[in-house]
Design a protein around this ligand. Structure first.
Ligand SMILES: Cc1cc2nc3c(=O)[nH]c(=O)nc-3n(C[C@H](O)[C@H](O)[C@H](O)COP(=O)(O)O)c2cc1C
Length: 197
């Protein structure tokens, strides 16, 4: 059986971010379910605000191209994000927007998001758990050609949600993470058998 390759990142680079802790919990569950995990931080791919004048003058920034290659090298993505004003935080939206503008790599047609599958998690210290932002994130990713699995894991009251080893205190959240990861791994495995490695 092929080992699905999953790229994991958080939609926040804040020190101590709940979404980074949620991404950590996702990595642990992905490894438990047999995925080959690559973890990155958007802090390592700084990008200017999307500006079509800049794009026309200088092209897509190399950091977007680097992240695009990472995405392309994996079968699927797991994104753990906060919500800002019930929607996608600008760091994550800007990153997705730049990667969506990639058309070529080394002169060859290249669309990093095409044919990929994603699983989504959110977190917030509030009761809504960031879930409203995931509807927008889901929609944006689908517009980029990414299939998004239906289950998701939203961590509310995040300052109290994790135990010392980084796992969830509540069985309900452990089950939600297990479910989204299982759906992602299964679909990524199918996609990975469909392409030549
Ligand atoms: C501009 C802004 C808007 C926010 N809007 C929301 C919101 O709609 N819902 C929510 O639960 N938290 C909201 N928050 C609070 C974030 O959930 C909180 O800062 C969270 O810790 C950020 O995620 P992180 O811990 O992964 O960095 C907002 C924070 C900022 C800075």
């Amino acid at each position: 059986m092929p080992v699905p390759r999953i790229l994991v990142f958080a939609g926040s680079i804040r020190s101590g971010a709940f979404s980074i802790r949620t991404a950590d919990a996702a990595v642990a569950e992905l490894v438990r379910q047999g995925a080959d995990v690559t973890r990155v931080s958007l802090a390592d791919y700084p990008l200017p605000i999307m500006d079509e004048d800049l794009e026309r003058e200088k092209g897509v920034p190399e950091n977007a191209a680097r992240l695009g290659r990472q995405i392309a090298a994996n079968d699927g993505l797991l994104i753990a994000s906060p919500e800002y004003n019930s929607s996608i935080p600008p760091l994550l939206k800007n990153t997705i927007d730049w990667v969506s503008r990639i058309r070529k790599d080394n002169g060859r047609p290249f669309k990093p998001f095409a044919g990929k599958v994603a699983g989504l998690c959110s977190s917030s210290d509030g009761n809504f758990a960031g879930v409203r932002g995931l509807y927008h994130l889901r929609s944006v990713l689908m517009a980029c050609g990414v299939e998004v699995v239906t289950p998701q894991c939203s961590v509310g009251r995040a300052s109290e949600a994790f135990n010392e080893d980084g796992g969830f205190r509540e069985e309900r959240l452990r089950h939600a993470m297990e479910t989204v990861v299982s759906a992602l791994v299964e679909r990524a495995r199918m996609l990975s058998t469909a392409v030549d490695r």
